[in-house]
Design a protein. Structure first.
Length: 231
């Protein structure tokens, strides 16, 4: 809308310059006015196109690992036995999910009002990425084993003819369900990250979050989380 207005104003002034040229012969006046008024619109267009670029994903596994450890592993009763976490199996969907738009902007505003510093560019990057899905690998930095699960396997467990959770836990006996994550939005400095993460563990066991993480001293940790749903 802003670009259109700038172009219309520029074209109107160009027309005015042409009228002046016809009346007074001011060719230079026409040239200067047209270039001066159309240039801001062209500069805006170039800047706007660059703003649509997404950030690099080179630290996404560090962010995923910190999210999974702090949200779904930390604080569980396994903490009474440190060795138990190493026996746990973490099952993650083999691709990022397309986030359903629970309102990241609203969540970010709530965090800001509560005193949490949220870089608007982090949320903008997340919004550009959240509708895309990319494949994942077993590169998470977690205690114990990790395994990826495909949509086809999930459909066998939970589709129309699936046997649901009994069969799932027969195949993954040391897991606590399966985890799904969105792509990660980063700020330009790559020291703040935002994502959606969820775990499903039975028909009445599961929860989903928006998560804000910060990086200090080379270590990612959760700065704030908001529960979006629970079952």
């Amino acid at each position: 809308m802003l670009l259109r207005k700038r172009l219309l104003v520029g074209l109107a002034l160009c027309c005015l310059a042409l009228i002046l040229q016809a009346a007074l012969g001011y060719r230079l006046y026409r040239s200067v006015i047209c270039e001066a008024m159309l240039l801001p619109a062209l500069v805006y267009r170039i800047h706007h196109a660059g703003a649509g670029q997404v950030s690099s994903d080179d630290q996404m596994y560090e962010v995923y690992s910190a999210t999974i450890r702090e949200l779904f592993l930390k604080g569980s009763d396994e903490s009474k036995n440190p060795g138990a976490l190493e026996e746990r199996l973490v099952v993650v969907q083999d691709h990022t999910i397309r986030e359903r738009d629970y309102g990241p902007g609203t969540t970010g505003l709530e965090w800001i009002l509560s005193g949490v510093v949220v870089d608007s560019r982090t949320l903008e990057d997340f919004n550009r990425k959240r509708k895309d899905s990319i494949p994942l690998e077993t590169l998470f930095q977690l205690p114990g084993k990790q395994e990826l699960i495909s949509d086809q396997d999930l459909h066998q467990f939970f589709g129309e003819n699936g046997s649901r959770w009994e069969r799932f836990y027969e195949r993954y006996p040391k897991s606590f369900g399966y985890i799904a994550v969105s792509r990660v939005g980063f700020n330009p400095d790559h020291d703040q990250a935002f994502l959606y993460a969820a775990v499903s563990c039975s028909g009445l066991c599961g929860e989903g979050y928006y998560v804000l993480l910060t990086k200090k001293g080379g270590v990612w940790s959760i700065r704030r989380k908001s529960m979006l749903w629970i079952s």
